[in-house]
Write a protein that binds this ligand. Sequence first.
Ligand code: 26Q
Length: 815
Amino acid sequence: VAQGPVNPPAHTVDGFVEAFLRELNFGQGVLLSRSTVNDQYLALARTVQQYLVAGWLETGARRRQGDRKIIGYLSAEYLLGRQLDNALMATTLGEIAEEAMTQCGLDLARLRAQEIEPGLGNGGLGRLAACFVDSLATLDVPCIGYGIRYEYGIFRQTFVDDRQAEVPDSWLSLGSPWEFPHPERQVRVAFGGRTETTTDEQGRERTTWVPAWDVLGIPYHYMVPGYRNGSVNTLRLWSAKATQAFDLQIFNSGDYAEAVRSQTFAENISKVLYPEDSTPQGKELRLQQQYFFVACSLHDFIENTLPRDFDLRRLPERIIFQLNDTHPVIGIPELMRILVDLKGFEWDEAWDITRECFAYTCHTLLPEALEVWPVELLGRLLPRHLEIIYRINDNFLDEVREAYPGDADRVSRMSIIAEGPQRAVRMAYLATIGGSRVNGVAELQSQLLREKVLPDFSELWPDKFTNITNGVTPRRFLHQANPLLSTLITEAIGPSWVTDLEQLRGLEPYADDAGFREQFQAVKQANKERLYRELRARDGLELPRHAMLDVMVKRLHEYKRQTLKLLHIVSLYDDLISGDVSPADMVSRTFVFGAKAAPGYYMAKEIIYLINSVGRTINEDKRIEGALSVAFPANYNVTLAEKVVPAADLSEQISLAGKEASGTGNMKFALNGALTIGTDDGANVEIRALVGDDNFFLFGLTEPEAEQLRADGYDPKTFYRSDEKLRRTLDLLGSGIFTGGDASASAPLVQNLLHDDPFMALADFRSYLDAQTRVDEAYRDSDAWTRSAILNVARTGFFSSDRSMRDYLDRVWLA
Ligand code: 26Q
């Protein structure tokens, strides 16, 4: 019998129907006539997979035979979004599946809607990981994405009395057809206990770790198909399972039920994704998650992926572990432990190997978002790793002393261990010292990373630092999410932009073509109507068809300044109800918000409450004749983004300068022909440089200006006092008219703005309002607006994650 994969079903409607019915009958064990929508969805998913598997097995075989370096992408999060559409697109099966389902008397759209998206990430960082693995497969670059198979992904958001309430995301409850469990490939991961140092016959000190408990990691494999190139990479997510002899003592004590119960403790490790995306708390379970998936992944690569008897001195030729933020940084001491304790390497040689095997991406500028782990906690959970970190630090600080004799201050500044009442391990420093490269995710952030976050390190090792501007996959976020625009683009410039996004430049001349502009506008209008249909069905919202669609979707955080957007809305409402502007004279706008707040983030939840309260009041006020409407659909996620992004006219990217590392939503909107109103922050800077000042609404303080203002003792009250419009707006927000007459309900936010305003919303208010006035003026000239929108599409091909991947290959992975 041939050793290769068996052929997929025929690429025809008949072939598809046959395979589908087989899956339904043999896979689900039901007849079509008796099947539920879920049966049908599962069978459909498995059918589409059949067309991908041969490519997957073939890609795997090719990778194993070759000796190319593999990218081991280590990420605690993958915010994948729905898989079915993506797989249909990758296999070109869309139309065949549609027709096949019709022949079976089924509606493909209904089956699509059955899929619960795997929300195994919080936001930007997790979605970036999903875009990167998509691009690597499309570029046919060997990559294994390693992560955690959380049983519960990011919570489902609901609103109860306008306030956020969280519901667990049990995405696995109806079965997940996209995963391939491999329990036989389990990996054992140890925790706790102590270390023992002995001296061997040659007089060398050997340390061994005597752990206290362990868990098993079960890998689940997912296919990551390239775009119509036959190449399919693997995403390998780990699920925790209790070991049999979890606690022999309890078993032996005769308390059988208690012993079984205590086993489940270990399985908590992969139970739930932590929903904090910016101010991590040092929770022990979170550190367990990090070590768990990293230990499984390193073991998997070294023991199961490399050829047997591979000479580990050559490890850097075969692997680069990319650290998606500091979450997997414990991998650095783990590889040292493997090499020194288990494989018998000398420390220095192991260190040279290790440093070559890792590179670190930093996704933040907020000091409070930098991960630190208390020494006490880390030492209790991973005693050997703490010893290794200490030794890394000792050697490193010797290097610092040598480079800067007598500079004790610098030595303590650069130490991996932060001294203080609670000594703690600074994970970003460990990553910087233990990796070969450090990169930021947009030009401005990379510069600030060098100058403000890691200045001593960039002085010591200037060449270690680089920038790689983020990107998004054009497959999901343009071709798939916006089929009408995709078709229009392809009619103009041909189809190859999907894998070569700079070709969008070819659209520039069409911006001056009246016929093309008309078609472009029709696409935008159709996308709005598609969104409004969805919001009606999903959330019961009724929205006007023809208003400007002004969108702010992203995690809720004070630095992102959803409050500034809220102040703008309240100020427009004030214009209307005070009689300063008549509804007929106002440019009608529909505001769409989408935002989850971390469940423990008090102020973020107050902001959600006020957006909902203001929205309700405005939507119900007949006096304003529908000039303004506010929609805040609950549970913004990748699936909803795919409908929102193509429909937007205006993209709100209004963080305080110097706070948003990059942003990636900003890229998705520009690529889909929304104009941006934004600050000089993150990747906005690069978007504006590319699209041109005329096609971007810039406002606000620059990062140095904001810094200066803070240094001069920022007092929000001075802005409140000197700007009448601001005063009226804040007074109105605080008056209680939005909160059922209860002024105290808006006080937490309003008082915070007046007395603290940590992200300078009041300082930027005037400039923001002026920019919004320019937006109104521009929007009144719909031809000119459309021209700008087309130029936004034409000029933002740079933001393809394919380009990001090429940059990583050039500057980090193969450098
Ligand atoms: C860490 C430790 C403990 C618990 C949680 C965390 C944690 C989890 C998620 C910390 C941070 C995150 C996510 C960060 C994130 O999404 N950052 C965003 O990354 C994007 C991709 O680079 C950027 O575009 C955004 O600017 C950045 O905010």
